[in-house]
Design a protein around this ligand. Structure first.
Ligand SMILES: [Zn+2]
Ligand SMILES: [Zn+2]
Length: 298
């Protein structure tokens, strides 16, 4: 084990996707939580994907596994229940937070559906992410990205559209955490630039919405596992957010035991390299309310 064990900044607000509730996760929730304890994490946010209430929005794997909207809704109910039980069960070892990652930016119905889920199950927080543009999943594979890019008239238009949807989502839902802000990079980068001036302009407007909502930006370590040396978000976004006073926190985006806590040390160095010397984490107070804590990275 490295010196990162039990470091105050070993926290993750985005991850804990588990195999009983997520078609593309490889470990059970208990396995992920045990790994988080073992790796000395202080705070670990469980943020399972929210159910997508419409057939056309199901993930390709879900469809091929014969899952449907009802089944996915039922699985999410079970996740809400198990996550609640785990918070109490692990309380003497690690602080677990209960959240979920929203999947589809609004739509007229979406903000309301997501708020209802949050209230019904009394989640601690939401990770607001955008994975769909024009109802098409764009971060599934290169083909998915190409398809939606063609649909909207090219990569630059897609980039602009993505950040506009992100801004709308943040304004409508006011999530506590904004997930992998420039995930549009995932399959776009080999095809062309997604940081052209019009895209940057749209991204800056999205950042303004993030700032106005008081949200925390997810410094998401998933790209490290795919061999990239830059996490989400890229330096130009980190620098702009830093100058706007927007806080950051780590997210391991874990979908398997190996992912838990992975890349956080590297992400810490990345933030320090960009003159960000603290993160802001969510914490549960003794009375159960959720608070924020600023954690120095030095
Ligand atoms: Zn996932
Ligand atoms: Zn995501």
């Amino acid at each position: 084990m490295t010196t990162s064990v039990s470091a105050p900044w070993m926290v993750s607000l985005h991850g804990g996707h588990s195999s009983a509730y997520c078609d593309h996760a490889d470990s059970t929730l208990q396995e992920l939580l045990d790994a988080a304890v073992e790796r000395g994490m202080r705070v670990f946010g469980m943020t399972e994907h929210a159910p997508r209430g419409e057939k056309r929005l199901l993930f390709p794997e879900e469809v091929s596994m014969g899952w449907d909207v009802r089944k996915i809704g039922r699985m999410f109910e079970e996740y809400a229940q198990e996550s609640r039980e785990r918070v109490a069960e692990y309380a003497d070892r690690i602080q677990l937070l209960r959240g979920f990652e929203i999947e589809v930016a609004p739509g007229r119905r979406y903000p309301e559906l997501m708020q209802k889920l949050r209230e019904r199950h009394q989640f601690d927080y939401i990770v607001g992410s955008v994975h769909f543009v024009e109802d098409e999943l764009f971060d599934y594979n290169v083909e998915s990205l190409k398809k939606v890019s063609q649909k909207v008239g090219g990569l630059e238009k897609l980039g602009v559209r993505y950040y506009r949807i992100l801004a709308e989502m943040v304004e409508a839902l006011r999530p506590e955490v904004v997930g992998h802000m420039d995930v549009i990079r995932k399959y776009a980068e080999p095809l062309g630039a997604v940081d052209t001036p019009p895209i940057r302009e749209a991204a800056m407007e999205a950042l303004e919405a993030v700032r106005a909502a008081g949200a925390i930006l997810d410094v998401n370590t998933a790209p490290y596992r795919r061999g990239h040396d830059v996490p989400y978000p890229a330096p130009w976004i980190v620098e702009a957010a830093r100058d706007m006073g927007i806080p950051f926190c780590f997210g391991d985006d874990s979908h398997a035991v190996a992912d838990v806590g992975a890349g956080i040390e590297q992400a810490r160095a990345y933030l320090l390299d960009h003159q960000v010397d603290a993160i802001t984490c969510l914490m549960r107070r003794d009375d159960g309310a959720i608070d924020r804590e600023v954690i120095p990275l030095q």
